[in-house]
Design a protein around this ligand. Sequence first.
Ligand code: PAF
Length: 278
Amino acid sequence: MQIARTLPDLRAACAALRAARGHIALVPTMGALHAGHRALVTQAVATGAGVVTSIFVNPMQFGPNEDLSRYPRDEAGDLAQLTECGCHIAWLPDVATMYPPDDATSIEVAGPAERWEGAARPGHFRGVATVCTRLFGQVRADAAFFGEKDWQQLQVIRRVVADLLLPLGIVGVETVREPDGLALSSRNRFLTPAERALAPRLYTVLRETAAELAHGSPAAGPLARARAALEREGFQPDYFELVDGPSLTPLPAARPPARLIAAAKLGAVRLLDNIAVG
Ligand code: PAF
């Protein structure tokens, strides 16, 4: 695996990779890689594409009250995992490469970015959309792979690519879970042992509620009961909603492609999860 830290190095490595493989797939990450990221890289490699994985902790997507310096970093461990997965190029830009001093452009997304994480974390999706668009341009990727765990992020990226007519395909990859159902996340390491034991309940309640709503009955009652159950168990739910999958607008009852989305705090950790309904 080649490691590129400057744009000229990336361009040279990508040109050689494109010549060898014909097309290039990008896996954008912020590092602290786990089995969820490895699944993205493995699926990208399985397509036969040349695979570039970026590792960049993007300051633009952190709010003023979110601790960028606390974000876990493990470059050596990440590079070892990428090598093992068959990644071809690791792209590790610094902040000045991603956001040069004369930089004047950012991407503001409405629609699917407005509610939920967009409301809880103002500016977050501007940061995500801006960095991903830059990564697409830097790598000149033909496809990019994102996890369904961050469902809203995946829909925001799809919207940006469609609206700006960007010449790449976006591939969503199913959430990877611990055996007890907890969705893998780099934030899980901050759970205390007691919180870790409780955390899979979020997915259990999502599954139970999805089963209740699958046949199109009104959602308000089951959603309120789910929020109350989580609160009783010690979560602080931020939202637990039934939405239209691509647009993230609330639905009064499930109709395809409906999605249940949830964010809930457990101690200091904000857990996100989602599930298809029906
Ligand atoms: O999901 C993430 O890790 C980040 O939001 C992403 C897509 C790499 C953009 O910084």
